[in-house]
Design a protein around this ligand. Structure first.
Ligand code: PLP
Length: 372
């Protein structure tokens, strides 16, 4: 290849320093690379039940309309969201996945010289987005694997633009109570935007947990994000949204590409929001699967981080990369999270009962034998 790529040196500094986001290994890729069949993937916190059956029935009807551009304003989806959340449509930003909306807020508010605060062991997109715009990441030490809100408050400086709080957090599955989070938000100066990322909201069943949506009307510097990728089972279509003050929403909409959510995604998201049965089933399956996995970890004497999401991180007490490889050879894809400063940990998405069992058997093999 010719080496006339001088333009590489001209790329903005933040981009040259980036390492691409490491997604869960796709099933096809494992088939190609290892020649294994009958693969199960418990690596990306996808819903093992798939999308709502109502969404699946709606999608074929959309195909004949694919020559048309989608509704760039997402009128119908915003209407449904605004009714469900009791907010004005002007407070909603639709995203190509919620990470799209997270990126908008970073690009609108932060650039070189600004600081963005988030916790150790939190979602890997926050550091990527921070670096992308050349801002400085202020990573606060975790407390019991979760956010230390006091330390996050102390980390605020004149340069702080955004604070990310994932509740529940990924990859640890830890969560913050309503009381803790409300007290925190009330102490953040109004010039700093707090983003509460509620990607796993639907799964949480703790009494003391609450969404921060109810604070939006009184807190102009608050943004809450939700996704259709997790409990709604639509990760492949890419849809999510952010809720905030209309003035912040207006700023984000200025940089939002006009057709960032495609017509299939809009249609599926609209009906998915109304299918509460499917969410109930998904949450129930998740609770059972969580018990199945954590019981297995206990009987193997493996420490795990108690999680309220649809995943659980477990300490395999040896090189997690090696165990990950041994699982791959048995056709089981999970997520090694050593790169989240969690050496020895694997994150497992809760699957169907038989998938969880296959993982448990494969994990026993991987830990106890040198055969693989
Ligand atoms: C999965 C996830 C998201 C959402 O990703 P999408 O772009 O909506 O698919 C956002 N935040 C966290 C913490 C996540 O784990």
């Amino acid at each position: 290849m010719s080496n006339n790529s001088d333009f590489v040196q001209l790329a903005v500094a933040g981009v040259r320093g980036l390492k691409p986001y490491q997604a869960g290994k796709p099933i096809d890729e494992l088939e190609r690379e290892y020649g294994v069949q009958n693969i199960i993937k418990l690596a990306s916190n996808e819903n093992p039940l798939g999308p709502s059956p109502i969404a699946m029935a709606a999608l074929p009807l959309m195909i004949s309309d694919l020559a048309r551009y989608p509704d760039g304003n997402g009128f119908t989806l915003k209407k449904i969201i605004s009714e469900q959340f009791d907010l004005a449509p002007s407070q909603i930003i639709l995203g190509n996945g919620s990470s799209d909306a997270l990126e908008f807020v970073v690009r609108v508010l932060a650039s070189s010289g600004d600081e963005i605060i988030f916790s150790q062991h939190s979602f890997a997109m926050y550091p990527l987005m921070t670096q992308m715009v050349g801002a400085t990441a202020v990573v606060t030490p975790a407390k019991d694997w979760g956010h230390d809100l006091d330390v996050m408050l102390q980390a605020i400086t004149d340069k702080t633009k955004i604070i990310f709080v994932a509740n529940p957090n990924n990859p640890t599955g830890t969560w913050l109570t309503k009381t803790e989070l409300v007290a925190f938000i009330s102490q953040v100066p109004s010039r700093v935007v707090i983003v509460v990322d509620e990607a796993y909201h639907e799964y949480v069943q703790e009494e003391a947990y609450s969404s921060m949506v109810s604070l939006l009307s009184a807190t102009p510097n608050l943004m809450v994000t939700r996704t259709f990728s997790k409990a709604f089972g639509l990760a492949g279509l890419r849809a999510g949204f952010a809720l905030c003050h209309p003035e912040l929403a207006d700023l984000l909409n200025r940089i939002r590409p006009p057709f960032n959510v495609n017509s299939m995604a809009l249609a599926a998201a609209e009906v998915s929001l109304t299918d509460t049965d499917h969410i109930d089933k998904s949450v129930q399956l998740n609770s059972h699967g969580m018990l199945q996995l954590t019981n297995a970890f206990s009987s193997l004497n493996l420490e795990y981080i108690p999680s309220v999401g649809n995943f659980v991180s477990v300490n395999v007490q040896q090189d997690e990369g090696a165990i990950y490889e041994k699982l791959l050879r048995q056709g089981v894809i999970v997520r090694p999270v050593g790169n989240y400063q969690m050496p020895g940990f694997l994150r497992i998405t809760i699957g169907l009962e038989h998938e969880n069992q296959r993982f448990i058997n494969a994990l026993k093999n991987a830990i106890e034998s040198d055969l693989y």
